[in-house]
Design a protein around this ligand. Structure first.
Ligand code: EPU
Length: 422
């Protein structure tokens, strides 16, 4: 288990650059398999989830240029789907990330059959995929689950109208992927509107697809016969940016986050300002300054453009230090307060009742040994450690590597006293 050791209590100051968006990268990587020729993907983040996706694509017979889809490597990666084979993907790979389920839509569209073990990903409660399967069935696929593997088969996918019972990012993406090469037009109603859905649509359209309406709750996909690989740059990761913005505010610091699309961060900016932070925007940069104790604010997570669930865990740390009582309501995931028990070891006063955390602010946190239970829980512990007095040792930091690139050097760049140990 790798550990991050942080001597906290020093305000973060300086610059940090957000990388490419994790949840966009893990959708565009499988989408590249829909094409007849190679795609060049730029700004892929150097995170473990991207590295695992690279391994999955290679397992399926694709060429992934050099070893550049690996932690520590940035920049352009070429995905050549020329050798794509309809192979079952080993559970050892799919269990390591949620987004492996996008191969259902992709392999159905390309080969008329898909065998994908039920996906893994963060342990944040029940994560059903009924809306993915409903969508694929509506397009004409026969789908069953046996021995932990989703088997899907379709002689031909045919466009239709699909209403999602819940707003699901994953189901929206999976249906878009399958419908791109289907016959006729597919309409997804009650679609998710996250910016990475727009990013995926932009990639698909650049490759020759006909996707309209991404970013609204009705997406129309007119099926085409083939797609050609193209060059596409992944959009910046707003959750990585949000995490560093919240860390800046929690430590009473002054940090400029570069490479952001400020609009994507509106709900986070609004809550930081309500808590007393000064946030200024200039082009693709956001500067966050905080002096004095934060004010208590209430936060409710919602699908985009609401406050993102993926920033909820770090945000609870800032509110733990606020003057007064804050209420955080998690409306997306069943069990996304697992970081709270660990935060209590650092002196927070938080009570969890079902989907709500009631946070009584304290004036200081103290370092302690803690363990990350999931990706964003790890990010929250990192923020708490930076703000706390004394030393915090965070175990299980590999979970953070899944979604945050070069954590140690980025934190050091903002003046943090941090080191990593295996
Ligand atoms: N849901 C269903 N049925 C489905 C699919 C989803 O009931 O078939 C429910 C879920 O249980 C949840 C809600 O719908 O209550 C939303 O789930 P969604 O499908 O939108 O989530 P996801 O696609 O599995 C993605 C991100 C998550 C992020 C959520 C919400 C990826 C790979 N993961 O998950 O990211 O929290 O959208 O924005 O894109 C993270 O990055 O830390 C992370 C967990």
């Amino acid at each position: 288990m790798a550990k991050l050791i942080i001597q906290g209590g020093t305000p973060l100051r300086g610059l940090v650059r957000a990388g490419g968006r994790k949840n966009s990268a893990v959708a565009v990587l499988p989408a590249a398999l829909l094409c007849d020729s190679p795609s060049v993907l730029e700004s892929l983040p150097a995170i473990d989830d991207v590295a695992v996706y690279g391994d999955i694509l290679q397992h399926l017979g694709c060429k992934v240029s050099a070893s550049s889809v690996a932690p520590g490597c940035n920049g352009a990666v070429t995905i050549d789907p020329g050798g794509l084979q309809p192979a079952e993907i080993p559970y050892e790979l799919t269990k390591r990330l949620r987004a492996s389920y996008y191969l259902l839509g992709v392999m159905l569209a390309r080969h008329g059959a898909a065998q994908v073990p039920l996906p893994g990903g963060c342990d944040i409660g029940l994560r059903p995929i009924d809306q993915h399967l409903k969508g694929l069935r509506a397009l004409g696929a026969e789908v069953n689950i046996e021995h932990g593997v989703v088997n899907a088969r379709a002689a031909c996918l045919t466009g239709t109208s699909i209403y999602l019972d819940v707003v699901s990012v994953g189901a929206t993406i999976n249906i878009m992927l399958a419908a791109t090469l289907a016959q006729g037009t597919t309409v997804i109603e009650n679609a998710a509107r996250e910016p990475h859905i727009v990013d995926l649509a932009n990639y698909l359209n650049a490759a020759g697809a006909r996707v309209q309406g991404a970013g609204t709750d009705v997406i129309r996909i007119r099926g085409v016969n083939r797609l050609n690989g193209c060059v596409h740059a992944i959009i910046p990761d707003e959750i990585e940016a949000a995490t560093y913005m919240i860390a800046a505010a929690s430590t009473g610091g002054d940090v400029q986050v570069n490479n952001v699309i400020p609009k994507h961060l509106d709900p986070v900016i609004a809550k930081l300002q309500e808590a007393g932070a000064e946030v200024t925007e200039e082009g693709d940069r956001l500067r966050v300054r905080m002096s004095g104790r934060p004010r208590a604010v209430n936060v409710k997570t919602l699908p985009y453009p609401g406050f993102p669930t993926d920033a909820q865990q770090p945000m609870t740390v800032l509110l733990s230090l606020a003057e007064g009582t804050s209420i955080v309501t998690e409306s997306i995931w069943e069990s996304r307060f697992k970081h709270v028990d660990e935060l209590k070891r650092m002196g927070t006063n938080i009570r969890v009742e079902g989907h709500t955390a009631i946070i009584e602010g304290v004036d200081r946190l103290t370092g302690a040994p803690v363990t990350a239970s999931d990706l964003r829980a790890g990010a929250a512990l990192m923020v708490a450690a930076l703000a706390a007095h004394g030393e915090t040792v965070i175990s299980g930091i590999e979970l953070v590597d899944r979604g945050y690139e070069s954590v140690t050097s980025k934190l050091k760049g903002m003046g943090a006293n941090v080191r990593r140990e295996q």
